[in-house]
Design a protein around this ligand. Structure first.
Ligand SMILES: [Zn+2]
Length: 481
């Protein structure tokens, strides 16, 4: 007996529980990918698996649906793996420890991977059913969505016949997503030149920030730890002689960094002034961010006398100029869709190493040309200061379609089933639909999902009742002729 055995819809939760028992972090989806292939083979279904682990399973139309347009259902195989301190689960080889708490399914001490295991579970439950009536179903399971949509970027979809796609990678019931931002990673390298100096070593650390997703939460007014550090160093520069030995902050380009630190060499005679100025800057920034960053702290800990390599005056100036003058955060809001961020960027990773300063930005926009212009701004200042900029993981925006048969059908069915209008939404985050739209001519796509809370965190939970309603909705969409 599984933990979820008593829950309805039975088959969906049975597959979800199996998926949670198979390790599937990004880049390590092989086991889950093979599980899907085996599932298809044992039922005599057409299946394709590529070298990355992307899987496509096709089930022909049931009687009476032969002439109905095929429907593509899509989700991703990988999950974000986060765990609480002390949790002993090894994501590479252990399953998750599921439990039910009221209306929610969660995993003890870890992320749940409802994002996006529930999509795979629903697709398998559809394929497994003998009673559902449907057109030709084309299930597409991609790998490495959470680390830059590499699976969707490389997947071959030439065997598909459908032009309608239902993406099941959203987290709010009652919302039909119909457009998303395009983006890229902008990687900046600025040469760093050092000279040997002596002074008192200091570990300076900005910590306790809220963080969050660089797309969905860029409009929450939260502080970016890397930029707080940059501002602190700029403020100190005016009053106290000091040298920069190293800097590091942030883990991912697409997460708002919560911590950033520097190792500095301070003139011993100025120590008192240095400490006072750090506390003063902490107070100023805490006041500015009193609402969004109640736990922001800046600490400075002395580390004894040291001889170390610090940035030369010219290099120091260039580093602080770049760090403080490059744009960050929201650049423009959409004039068409109220409340939608149109263009933004996030300095996710900062690293001052032996030879260069590295800055990694996640750039997003629902307008292709606005994104390109923003990248050119970054390039402009970077090159002026002697650095270089390269782009990585470029993905297109999924642009809103004025005429969408799938969306219109889904709105109508939703009203009939639930007696209310669904919300048509666009988001300032990446979804694979943009990449897939580039591979399927005239693609008509909508993204939906059940209610989930705290995705990508150890608080992640999936609503059972919402999953049930979503299942009923999806099966009704499939049943349409
Ligand atoms: Zn997802």
């Amino acid at each position: 007996m599984g933990v979820l055995s008593d829950l309805e819809p039975k088959n969906v939760f049975a597959y979800f529980e199996e998926i949670c028992g198979i390790p599937h972090p990004s880049y390590q989806e092989k086991q889950l990918s093979d599980y899907c292939v085996k599932f298809a083979e044992s039922r005599g279904l057409e299946v394709h698996q590529d070298s990355l682990g992307n899987v496509i399973i096709i089930k022909e139309a049931t009687a009476g649906y032969e002439s109905v347009e095929p429907l593509i259902i899509q989700g991703h195989l990988d999950m974000v793996c986060e765990k609480e301190p002390g949790c002993e689960i090894d994501f590479a080889k252990d399953g998750l420890c599921l439990y039910v708490d009221g209306d929610y399914i969660t995993a003890r001490g870890t992320t749940l991977g409802g994002d996006d295991g529930i999509a795979v579970a629903m697709a398998l439950a559809i394929l497994d059913s003998d009673s559902l009536e449907h057109p030709r179903m084309e299930m597409v399971f991609t790998v490495s969505e959470e680390v830059g949509m590499e699976g969707a970027s490389a997947i071959d979809l030439s065997m598909l016949k459908g032009h309608k796609l239902l993406n099941l990678d959203s987290e709010e019931e009652g919302y039909l997503l119909t457009s998303c931002a395009g983006g890229c990673r902008a990687n900046i390298g600025l040469p760093a030149v050092y000279e040997t100096k002596q002074g008192k070593g200091y570990h300076v650390c900005v910590k306790g920030l809220t963080g969050g997703h660089s797309g969905a939460e860029i409009d929450k007014g939260r502080a970016n730890a890397n930029l707080v550090l940059g501002r602190l160093l700029l403020t100190l520069e005016k009053a106290v002689p000091y040298g920069i030995v190293s800097m590091a902050g942030g883990l991912k380009d697409n997460a708002i960094p919560r911590e950033s630190a520097a190792y500095l060499l301070v003139d011993e005679a100025e120590e008192e002034k240095f400490r006072t100025l750090v506390s003063e800057t902490e107070r100023v920034i805490r006041t500015e961010y009193a609402v969004t960053e109640p736990d922001l702290h800046i600490t400075a800990e002395a580390d004894g006398m040291a001889e170390a390599k610090v940035l030369t005056a010219g290099s120091h100036r260039a580093v602080l100029t770049l760090l403080n003058l490059l744009p960050n955060g929201i650049q423009s809001m959409s004039a068409d869709i109220k409340g939608l961020v149109e263009t933004s960027l996030n300095l996710g990773i900062l690293k001052l190493g032996e030879t260069e300063l590295e800055l990694h930005y996640a750039v997003r926009s629902s307008v292709q040309t606005a994104k390109e212009f923003l990248v050119e701004k970054l390039r402009c200042l970077t090159e002026m200061l002697g650095g270089r900029l390269t782009l990585e993981g470029v993905y297109p925006a999924w642009e809103y379609r004025k005429d969408s048969v799938l969306r219109d059908d889904m709105v109508r069915i939703y009203q009939e089933m639930f007696g209310k209008e669904p919300v048509i939404q666009a988001i300032h985050a990446g979804l694979e639909c943009g990449l897939l739209a580039g591979k399927i001519e005239n693609l008509d796509a909508v993204s939906i999902g059940p209610d989930m809370v705290g995705i990508h965190t150890t608080e992640e939970k999936l609503s059972i009742s919402s999953t049930k309603r979503l299942w009923e909705y999806v099966t009704e969409i499939i049943r349409q002729k």
